[in-house]
Write a protein that binds this ligand. Structure first.
Ligand code: 13P
Ligand code: SF4
Length: 300
């Protein structure tokens, strides 16, 4: 065990803090977390947490969502520079321009966005509920931001809607190619292919199962299969191995999200010691961004 672990656990108790970590975090960070999960699961946990402090190990949009859903709490980000590149592919101004072009459309926005972008949305979604959220909208025209791959996947599942796509993407999932999958499939012909919906359409088309990181885990747990090619970020391997012993997992080596790896045990300890860096959002943004997130949680 890392020598920092005991110190973190003691300090966490003393401060009445809860540590939340995304499935892509470093293994040692996942191991000290009170809760590990996908974006939706962690948002729900953040909204219900009775800890005084939430230490968010992940990227900024996740910590901001935790703050929006539990405003009275102090939310700390050990690595405040850990910003998802997809979140910077869609600004509040761009959404507002799109709304003026498509006046009958509503805006469904992936949580991988800034709080100010969320303030312009009708409702948020994550990769695990995007299909049901889009289906539930009364409008026929949906501006779906910012992930073009998730948006294309949703459009294929909800043909009754006219989904207007954005040009954002996750560089990590976008880098996974059909060739990467077919090479792994040649080496492991019995393996089931499971893919995150942030992957390109052509990758999803050759996958057996598509879902968020938590859905992937649920699928592997209940599957009778023994081998899985996993088209997502490499951090998922830790939980899959831990919670599904006896099964083999094959990942695409380059599918690594550097911002998710920024949070280390040292930075978690520093956050608890210094009580920083606190997530601070202005009141106006919070007022407007909370609604779309809360609506999502209620519809979940
Ligand atoms: P989920 O954990 O919700 O599947 O999201 C993946 C992701 O890219 C988070 O950054
Ligand atoms: Fe953003 Fe992709 Fe990293 Fe998730 S895996 S934080 S979507 S860059």
């Amino acid at each position: 065990m890392d020598p920092l672990t005991d110190t973190i656990i003691a300090l966490k108790k003393q401060r009445n803090a809860a540590i939340l970590a995304h499935n892509y975090c470093l293994p040692e960070v996942q191991d000290i977390a009170d809760h590990i999960g996908d974006s939706l699961g962690l948002s729900v946990i953040a909204s219900r947490s009775d800890a005084d402090i939430i230490v968010f190990c992940g990227v900024t949009f996740m910590a901001e969502s935790a703050k929006l859903l539990n405003r009275k709490k102090k939310v700390l980000m050990p690595e405040p520079a850990a910003t998802c590149p997809m979140a910077s592919m869609c600004s509040a101004e761009q959404i507002s321009d799109a709304k003026s072009c498509y006046r009958d459309a509503c805006v469904v926005g992936y949580v991988n966005t800034t709080a100010s972008a969320k303030a312009e949305m009708d409702i948020c979604c994550t990769s695990s509920n995007a299909v049901s959220i889009v289906s539930s909208m009364k409008e026929k025209e949906i501006i779906f931001v910012p992930d073009i791959n998730l948006g294309t996947y949703v459009a294929s599942k909800v043909p009754s809607k006219n989904v207007i796509l954005w040009n954002g993407y996750c560089p990590v999932h976008q880098s996974i190619t059909v060739q990467n999958i077919t090479e792994l499939k040649k080496k492991h012909p019995k393996a089931t292919v499971i893919a995150h919906p942030e992957c390109r359409k052509e990758v999803l088309d050759i996958s057996d199962e598509i879902g968020s990181t938590e859905k992937m885990l649920e699928y592997v747990r209940s599957s009778g299969g023994k081998e899985f090619i996993v088209a997502t970020e490499i951090g998922m391997l830790h939980r899959l191995r831990k919670e599904c012993p006896g099964k083999e997992f094959y990942f695409i080596d380059h599918a690594l999200c550097s911002v998710m790896k920024m949070t280390t045990l040292s930075s978690v300890l520093r956050a608890l010691e210094t009580m920083g860096t606190e997530v601070v959002l202005d009141d106006g943004t919070m007022e407007r961004a909370e609604g779309p997130l809360r609506k999502m949680i209620e519809l979940k």
